[in-house]
Design a protein around this ligand. Structure first.
Ligand SMILES: Nc1ncnc2c1ncn2[C@@H]1O[C@H](COP(=O)(O)OP(=O)(O)OP(=O)(O)O)[C@@H](O)[C@H]1O
Length: 658
């Protein structure tokens, strides 16, 4: 499962490499100029159409016949190798006519002279130098595609390898191909030699040449992303080692595909016949399918005929896919092969227009995590088993110890029990003996008491008699008491009724007393009012007596004369009534009213006393009753003018007499 994938546009890069003239060409074409002229500084190639006309083509790199293998690697393959190390897929491919140097460019081992090392050897050197063999892995498959049959060059028996394409990612894989892990350059070189030997043998068997098949080397580079891992773990500084070990490693998977294509010469020119013709057709089929795909991609055509051949299916990621692709087209200088050279150049020109979308291939390495966990689990199981065994042994030891202790304790307990039993048995026997002695003694005492009991029985009979007598007496007394109690109850009942009667009478008496008091109050009030009326009448009378005819207006004289007899009569009546009152009320009572709270009562009282004091017959009685003293006190204590005046008159009358 791809975890992170960032897409970067990346056009197919194309370099053209010119092979130097070989011995044959030096002779045969001695009088002729090369069919191409290279201008590497302008990255241009001029193709001579004839003696006076040339076509000019531009490439990403133009490598002359003098270009070193090192330079070719650096401009053609190194950027791709670096991408693979960064986690991208990459393709380096050589295309050209037979004998133009495709294998020389890609596959020279440089055993005699390291300067001759081709792209494959140099790429692996760079890869091995960059990876860490502890955390990363490099593995290789080596295959040959011959007439639509994919053969494993590392396992010649495996000659029909199927191509599997991931419909989602478009990744192409060959699950049936042998995959050999590379740990050093030497083993890789040996592997390449082995593959070449197998290729030679296969081709001999098939009666063909290596130039008639396509060779593919696939290098899988899997790298754990340490930087990310470190950053991640530093964010979780407190995480435990166990948690760390359970975290899957992030890995980048880059795949480098190096393709040495079969020669691209035309069938008609090769003059092939029979099997060779079929072979040439097959090669042509796959190369022309590749050409068609590249054309379609260059023209942004909607349909790319990838499925037309196994070669295009194998290279679908390299053209229009996610890989960084670098194509080196190889050409010879001979004007005799101008046609093939032109065709090769045109192929390269179209390939330059193909745009890929480079995608980073990163994923979590769950497989290695699972492996790691398996190892950890095995360790834990072994540890657990070891501990379990130790535990069981410990349990056994403890059980044996405990059983021994229990046996010991049981023995001790049995001994102790026996001792206790004997002790209690002895104590028991002694107790029984003591009890028997006691019982004997008691028996003896009992016999003695039996004699005493006989005399006691007579006394008891006597006492019983007395008791029955006492009982009958007590019963008679109780009856007497009950009688008395019933009499007492009757008496209490009659007393209660008498009490209620007396309460009623008492209430009636209280009511009568209250009424009497009320009536006395009313009488007193009426007497006071009567006194006042008497006094006023007396006053009126006196005024009439003092007035006389001279002081009364003329018209009044006659009136008085008419009235006087009537007045005198009424005065006499008044006098009689006052005297009468005096007798009825009592002098003491009248004098006590001089000290009444009410001012009006005091005024009336003083007027009555004055009126009485005016009569000589009363004066002696008034003085004796303390009336003079009462009047003097009233005079001293009151500020009322009428009281002053009337009291003074009364005092004068009493004083004169006294
Ligand atoms: N740049 C070069 N410098 C010197 N010699 C070269 C160069 N390129 C190719 N040769 C030589 O030319 C010959 C043919 O080269 P090579 O086998 O690599 O061609 P090819 O394209 O792989 O042919 P085929 O398609 O038949 O495999 C070899 O002898 C090789 O050494």
């Amino acid at each position: 499962m791809c975890l992170y994938s960032s897409s970067v546009p990346g056009r197919v890069r194309v370099a053209v490499r010119l092979r130097p003239r070989n011995a044959e060409e030096s002779v045969a074409d001695a009088d002729f100029a090369d069919c191409v002229e290279l201008q590497p500084e302008f990255k241009r190639l001029k193709l001579r159409k004839n003696n006076w006309d040339t076509d000019t083509y531009e490439f990403d790199e133009v490598l002359t016949e003098f270009a070193s293998q090192k330079r070719v690697y650096e401009v053609v393959a190194k950027p791709v190798v670096e991408s693979v190390l960064d986690g991208y897929n990459g393709t380096v491919m050589a295309y050209g006519q037979t004998g133009t140097g495709k294998t020389y460019t890609l596959g020279r081992l440089g055993e005699e002279d390291t300067a001759d090392r081709g792209i494959i050897v140099r790429a692996m050197e760079d890869i091995l130098a960059d990876v860490s063999l502890e955390s990363d892995s490099v593995s290789v498959s080596y295959l040959q595609l011959y007439m639509e049959s994919l053969q494993d060059l590392l396992d010649p028996t495996n000659d029909n390898i199927s191509i599997v394409e991931d419909p989602k990612s478009g990744d192409v894989s060959l699950p049936g191909a042998t995959l050999v892990e590379i740990r050093d350059q030497q083993s890789f070189l040996e592997l390449l030699q082995l593959g070449e030997a197998h290729r030679y043998a296969a081709n001999t068997r098939l009666n063909t040449e290596s130039s008639r098949s396509h060779a593919l080397l696939m290098v899988h580079v899997k790298r754990s992303v340490k930087g990310r891992e470190l950053a991640h773990s530093s964010q979780n500084g407190n995480s435990t080692n166990m948690a760390k070990s359970l975290r899957p490693t992030l890995v980048r998977k880059g795949k480098l595909v190096v393709v040495d294509l079969a020669g691209s010469e035309r069938i008609d020119k090769s003059g092939s016949e029979g099997h060779t013709l079929e072979e040439a057709k097959s090669i042509n089929l796959s190369l022309s399918a590749l050409g068609k795909c590249i054309n379609a991609l260059a023209e942004n055509s909607a349909h790319v005929p990838v499925r037309d051949s196994k070669l295009t299916r194998l290279l679908r990621d390299s053209f229009g896919g996610t890989a960084r692709t670098s194509l080196v087209i190889t050409i010879g200088p001979s004007p005799r092969h101008r046609g093939e050279t032109t065709s090769t150049i045109m192929f390269g020109q179209r390939a330059m227009k193909v745009e890929n979308m480079l995608k980073l291939k990163e994923e979590f390495d769950y497989k290695s995590l699972a492996r790691k966990l398996d190892i950890q689990l095995d360790k834990l199981i072994i540890e657990h088993e070891r501990k379990q065994k130790a535990f069981e042994e410990e349990i056994e030891r403890i059980t044996t110890d405990t059983q021994n202790q229990i046996s010991e304790a049981e023995r001790n307990y049995a001994d102790a029990m026996e001792k206790e039993r004997l002790k209690y048995q002895k104590d028991y026997m002694e107790s029984i003996k003591k009890l028997e002695e006691k019982w004997m003694m008691n028996q003896h005492k009992l016999c003695e008491r039996k004699d005493q009991t006989a005399s006691t029985a007579e006394e008891v009979a006597e006492l019983k008699k007395l008791l029955s007598k006492e009982t009958s007496l007590r019963k008679a007394a109780e009856e007497e008491v009950n009688n008395l109690k019933s009499q007492l109850a009757q008496l209490k009942m009659s007393e209660a009724s008498a009490n209620s009667e007396s309460l009623k009478l008492r209430k009636m008496l209280e009511d009568e007393a209250y009424r009497k008091e009320k009536l006395e109050g009313e009488i007193s009030m009426l007497q006071t009012q009567l006194l006042q009326l008497s006094f006023e009448a007396d006053e009126t009378r006196r005024r009439l007596d003092r007035g006389g005819p001279g002081k009364v207006p003329g018209d009044l004289d006659s009136l008085i004369s008419q009235v006087r007899p009537q007045v005198n009569d009424s005065v006499n009546e008044e006098k009689a009534s006052i005297a009468n009152l005096f007798e009825q009320v009592g002098l003491q009572k009248i004098l006590s009213l001089l000290e009444a709270e009410d001012a009006d009562v005091r005024i009336h009282a003083v007027k009555v006393v004055a009126n009485l004091a005016a009569e000589e017959s009363n004066q002696q009685k008034i003085v004796e009753a303390g009336g003079l003293t009462s009047l003097l006190l009233l005079l001293g204590s009151s500020e009322d003018e009428t009281i002053h005046r009337v009291a003074a008159g009364a005092i004068a009358n009493l004083a004169m007499n006294g």
